[in-house]
Design a protein around this ligand. Structure first.
Ligand code: PLP
Length: 305
């Protein structure tokens, strides 16, 4: 028997492992048809997961909020995530887990309560939300005209694929020649961006919105680093006007870490370079990662299927 080729990555779908290129979702699944799905993404860097159990806990909380109950337990999910990385052999990987609604069981009313929920996972080579060269010069951001979906309609703390607003904002940035976009809520408060949380630095204080966005695991890491470094930090509403005249702005996400910005709506900050506090946090983040901070090493040897 020839060994499947996992060089592009490995996936798990509903009980089976396969090369990522063979993994698919049925077009009748409500996860696809209705965006009735939640997901999470955990990173593997230098052969170790970062904050694996925090990601699993957030994923479970998202599933519970959407009344999704796949058959796999947290312990089984942990093993599945290990196995997709092991199969791929990747030492730097983007590892996603999704839970889809599924489709109504035959003969039952077409209601989300009557579906068998399905879990998928995959590991692919590491993906950067903001490329390392852009991180080094500082990202050029715009504030999108598109507001974030109201949190009363779609809870942004439940990681979701309702990306219509985020995708529109990405096109706004593209059309403006910028790298990425920050979205406001309808009251003009900063929320988040397409795949990241947002931070401002004003007079040496690091500020991040208290609501309107995902409670990012990297954001949590930033707050821990601020405490370690003795940097004052505020988690509170962040009005646009404050963001606009911040000394520094930076972004945070799994697939990128701490990502400084150097321009906001064309305004140049810090001589067009990452600001000193952003750069310090970014450097400390990767130093601590190299020291094994919140790391769970992948056990590569145990590949048996
Ligand atoms: N906000 C959104 C909308 C995201 O999709 C993400 C990550 O994908 C984040 C924030 C950052 O979260 P984390 O640091 O847990 O990756």
């Amino acid at each position: 028997m020839t060994m499947p080729d996992y060089s592009d990555g490995a996936a798990y779908v509903d009980g089976r492992y396969m090369p990522v290129g063979e993994a698919s979702v049925p077009i009748l699944d409500w996860g696809y048809r209705r965006s009735d799905v939640t997901y999470d993404v955990v990173g593997v860097w230098d052969g170790a997961f970062f904050r694996l159990d925090d990601h699993i806990a957030r994923f479970r909380a998202s599933m519970t909020a959407l009344r999704l109950h796949p058959q796999e337990t947290d312990a089984e999910l942990r093993e599945i995530l290990m196995q997709v990385v092991r199969l791929s052999g990747l030492r730097e990987a983007y590892v996603a887990m999704d839970c889809l609604r599924g489709r109504p069981k035959p003969g039952m009313k077409p209601h989300p309560a009557n579906c068998r929920n399905r879990l998928t996972a995959y590991a692919i080579p590491w993906v950067w939300v903001v490329s390392p060269d852009v991180q080094a010069r500082g990202a050029h951001l715009i504030v999108a005209k598109t507001p974030r979906i109201p949190e009363e309609s779609i809870d942004p703390r439940v990681k979701n694929f309702h990306w219509g607003d985020l995708t529109r904002a990405l096109f706004e940035a593209h059309d403006a020649g910028a790298d990425n976009a920050v979205l406001l809520d309808t009251a003009g408060l900063v929320t988040e961006g397409p795949g990241f949380n947002v931070f401002a630095v004003r007079d040496g204080v690091v500020i991040t919105p208290d609501r309107g966005g995902l409670e990012g695991i990297t954001r949590r890491s930033v707050l821990e680093l601020c405490a370690d470094l003795g940097l004052p930090c505020e988690v509170r509403p962040l009005p646009l006007a404050e963001l606009q005249d911040s000394d520094e702005v930076f972004l945070a996400t799994t697939a990128g870490g701490i990502m400084p910005a150097s321009r906001l709506d064309g305004r140049i900050m810090n001589n067009d370079r990452p600001g000193p506090i952003s750069a310090r946090l970014r450097a400390r983040f990767w130093e601590r990662r190299a020291e094994g901070w919140h790391a769970t090493p992948v056990t590569y040897a145990e590949v048996a299927l």
